[in-house]
Design a protein around this ligand. Structure first.
Ligand code: FEO
Length: 394
């Protein structure tokens, strides 16, 4: 089993999940990793475990470096099962380890696993000495669960950042300088948009707090994907941008269609948007995973959502997408609704309500057309697109 030394005495001992394509409903086309770390000093600390099916791979890596009975601490940075699934088994194999978690982590471990292990609660700012190295804990509640914390190796300037700064990508490479930068930017953005977008205000505050603490950071070691060692603050800069809602003059048109009328409208609207020099991306929801649409939205100022009317409302597929989007609370977006209907409308009003509930600034009245759009009506769709594109620049 390959282990990787990040810095002297600091090892990656995680597992690679090459084949996962659905991470609790969020599509992961590149797979992922469950990262865990081992810090070997006078005392030895194991930071996080892995998803349960990967425990043997993980334990083999740990045992290549140390005997399990030599481990003094098991640090639980985060209780979600992709990191703690093998916790009950691993904890039972570490006879001399003190288990460390936040108060919320202790409660969650008991609720998830009925664990009877003694768990030592650590609070924000607490630290333990491993000898020449000090491990300090920074509570980061809701990044990604109430229990979440980061661990900072003070002398080595290494942050074990848990879910934050991760990416769902499986690779044999362990460090950011070994992977194509544009691929990394995409997978990091995809991860942010689909997992952390909702918590943007917390991320902004965390970045400000870490900056005010003045801590040095040489390495950011997240629980998924590659480890940031080459210019590690680049991912922090990306997070600051995404958390602020900064986006480009781009529009995502997410829609579905029954007999192509709504699709004709979508394409005509796109023509109008393009004619204003604004980039546009059509994404038909029947053929596109909702998480890919969300990723596309992250750096786009505008979102238009279209649906034919079905039984006085929107298509269920469009409703599912909007429910997912609403939960993520996309910041600083402008939007509007469009769609076709036969004898009675309803889809556009339902879409508009969901857009507003999502915090999106609805800048145009819905565009709703009866039956198949005529050439004149398609021209009005193009004009609608032009107006919408211009509204992005206001
Ligand atoms: Fe990677 Fe919130 O678990």
């Amino acid at each position: 089993m390959n282990t990787v030394e990040i810095k002297k005495g600091i090892y990656w001992v995680g597992a690679i999940d090459w084949n996962i394509r659905d991470f609790h409903g969020y599509k992961t086309p590149y797979g992922t990793t469950y990262n865990a770390y081992l810090v070997v000093d006078e005392k030895i600390a194991l930071i996080d475990t892995v998803k349960r099916p990967f425990k043997d791979e993980f334990l083999a890596r740990v045992k290549e470096i140390v005997d399990l009975d030599k481990i003094d601490y098991l640090v639980v940075n985060h209780v979600e099962m992709d990191h703690s699934g093998s916790f009950p088994i691993v904890a039972g194999m570490l006879p001399n380890a003190t288990i460390l978690a936040t108060e919320e982590g202790r409660e969650e471990l008991q609720k998830h696993f009925g664990t009877t292990n003694d768990i030592t609660v650590v609070d924000d700012g607490d630290s333990i000495s491993l000898g020449s190295k000090t491990l300090q804990f920074i509570k980061t509640p809701m990044l990604h669960w109430p229990d979440s914390m980061m661990s900072y190796l003070v002398e080595d300037h290494v942050v074990f950042s848990s879910d934050a700064f991760g990416q769902h990508i499986a690779s044999s490479e362990r460090f950011n300088d070994e992977v194509d930068p544009s691929t990394l930017y995409h997978v990091a953005g995809d991860y942010y948009a689909n997992i952390l977008w909702l918590y943007s205000p917390l991320i902004s505050r965390l970045i400000e707090r870490v900056q005010s603490m003045g801590i040095e950071i040489d390495v950011i070691a997240p629980d998924h994907g590659v480890i940031w060692r080459d210019d590690p603050m680049q991912i922090v800069t990306w997070y600051a941008k995404w958390a602020s809602g900064t986006a480009s003059d781009r529009v995502v048109i997410a829609y579905d269609t029954m007999w192509n009328s709504t699709e004709k409208m979508a394409k005509a609207i796109a023509e109008g948007i393009q004619s204003e020099g604004v980039a546009v991306r059509l994404m038909r929801l029947r053929d596109t995973e909702k998480s890919y649409v969300i990723t596309e939205m992250l750096e786009s100022k505008g979102v238009l959502v279209g649906s034919p009317t079905l039984n006085n409302g929107m298509y269920p597929l469009v409703g599912g997408f909007l429910t997912y989007m609403k939960g993520l609370r996309p910041k600083k977006k402008k939007g509007a609704a469009f769609g076709s209907y036969g004898w009675g409308g309803g889809a556009c009003a339902a879409i508009e309500e969901m857009l507003q509930d999502s915090g999106i600034d609805v800048v145009r009245e819905p565009l709703e057309l009866k039956w198949v759009p005529t050439n004149e009506e398609l021209a009005s769709c193009e004009e609608y697109g032009r107006e919408f594109a211009r509204s992005l620049k206001e």
